[in-house]
Design a protein around this ligand. Structure first.
Ligand code: PHE
Ligand code: NA
Length: 465
């Protein structure tokens, strides 16, 4: 192309931006609670295997597609095929996923902003003589108050989307890369503090046992599928993000080395988040399997019972907010890149348009719990849940499966080898190619099949035809 295209300013800038995309609510909110729900150690082990054998190969494939074509996720497939082709569907589905996910991701991210404000107001300071059940009542009142207030959730949703807009509008180097270089080190610092705090607490040993001593009796096929699905979500795969970020990557960088670093950072941070959270949950005598409410309900209760807990709460919700922000900008950028590359829009208009759209589409998610008025808010969020279900259960696996099949079976092995060789990781080609050709499609195909079966789509289609 004759247009000069954006590129990362440095390798570390790219790694931090891509790790910023990967490290998000999935690591700090979701990983600990699904580990809790699935009984700990054995689940963690299966998850690590899924990251290594399925997640990492697909991440390398997405970065490779991006770097080779230097286009957005839809344009990348046009460029690979040399013409419009059905493979573009893979790109479309992934951009659609980014769009849908951003709209509700922003609502949850908004909750973290609300809790930051609460912490600044000292809401998690122990009043003298409070016990755990009083603290629990107090926190659930706070949280319920937020969930019940449509305007309050909308305000935070708006503020969060505006922050994303403010960063993405600055472009690849001056927006995304610059902010990733600021936010990611702070995020790591906050996490290390909370991790050390957890390791020094009474529950440290119990937490380590819980997370690392596998009890395979607790493992069922459902847990394996959940581990695989989460490996996908946590590495930001199937959502156009890694294709887009890869498209700004220089030919000098090693695809394997970069992918490995991103996956290691993501995994390390998820494990550290578990080791920051579970020890204090155990010391407080609470249950690890609290579900999605773990970080917004259990954790604040625990904090408000600790000396200095309000500060820990503040640090914790800042950590969550930063993690969410660096992920959300990759979702926005993936859509922006499409409008710029394929539709010839300017960055400013594209970013503003898509941010407004994400805000509007997120409104039902922000209001759903309010409208339904559930007493146990996160257990059943209505619109919110359904959107999450559609996106993570169907859109991601569909685009992941198509991508793996394309790269494994249809793209020229010669070009793939050259891409790997360009950054000095040609030696990985046979292993990677085997995984992307056989292991990844089978694994992702199984997730997709089981989700379709589980949600009754087959019988639904059967009743139509
Ligand atoms: N990887 C992010 C997380 O773990 C989620 C995400 C997916 C963000 C795709 C951006 C793109 O929270
Ligand atoms: Na992640």
């Amino acid at each position: 192309s004759s247009r000069s295209r954006a590129q990362w300013g440095s390798r570390i800038g790219f790694i931090l931006a891509a790790a910023g995309s990967a490290v998000g609510l999935g690591n700090i909110w979701k990983f600990p609670y699904i580990t809790g729900n699935n009984g700990g150690g054995a689940f963690v082990l299966v998850y690590l295997v899924c990251i290594a054998l399925v997640g990492l190969p697909i991440m390398i494939a997405e970065l490779m597609i991006g770097r080779h074509t230097r286009r957005d996720a839809v344009g990348a497939f046009i460029s690979l095929e040399g013409r419009r082709s059905p493979w573009q569907i893979a790109g479309w589905v992934s951009i659609l996923a980014a769009f849908v996910i951003l709209s509700y991701y922003s609502v949850v991210a908004g909750w973290t902003l609300d809790f930051i404000l609460r912490a600044l107001q000292g809401a998690f300071t122990t009043p003298l003589g409070t016990n755990t059940s009083q603290a629990a009542d107090h926190v659930s009142t706070l949280f319920q108050g937020l969930i019940d207030s449509g305007p309050r959730q909308l305000m935070w949703h708006f503020i969060f989307i505006s922050l994303c807009l403010g960063i993405v509008i600055g472009g690849v180097q001056k927006g995304i890369e610059r902010w990733s270089k600021i936010l990611m080190p702070i995020l790591l610092g906050l996490l290390v503090l909370l991790f050390v705090n957890g390791m020094l607490s009474d529950g440290a040993r119990q937490a380590l046992n819980f997370m690392f001593r596998p009890d395979f009796q607790k493992l069922n096929p459902g847990a394996v599928l959940e581990a695989l699905g989460h490996a996908f979500f946590t590495l930001s795969l199937g959502m156009a993000a890694m294709i887009t970020y890869g498209s700004y990557l220089s030919r000098q960088d090693s695809l394997f080395g970069s992918g490995l670093r991103i996956a290691l950072l993501d995994t390390g941070i998820a494990l550290m988040a578990g080791l920051a959270i579970f020890p204090i949950v155990f010391s407080a005598g609470m249950q690890p399997g609290a579900g999605p409410g773990l970080v917004f309900q259990t954790i604040p209760v625990v904090f408000s019972n600790l000396p200095g807990g309000n500060i820990l709460a503040l640090l914790f919700f800042l950590l969550l907010a930063f993690a969410a922000l660096t992920s959300a900008i990759s979702l926005l950028e993936s859509q922006v890149a499409y409008l710029i590359d394929e539709r010839g829009w300017g960055r400013k208009q594209a970013t503003a348009f898509l941010a407004i759209l994400a805000f509007v589409v997120g409104i039902p998610s922000a209001l759903s719990s309010n409208l339904l008025g559930h007493l146990t808010p996160i257990a059943d969020l209505g619109v919110f849940d359904s959107i999450d279900l559609i996106a993570s259960n169907y859109l991601l696996p569909v685009s992941g499966l198509l991508t793996a099949l394309y790269v494994g079976w249809f793209w020229s092995g010669q070009e793939e080898k050259e891409e790997l060789l360009a950054g000095g990781s040609g030696w990985i080609y046979p292993t990677w190619h085997f995984l992307i050709r056989f292991v990844a499609p089978v694994a992702v195909g199984v997730i997709l099949y089981s989700k379709i079966e589980e949600t009754g789509l087959f019988s639904f289609l059967g009743s139509i035809f």
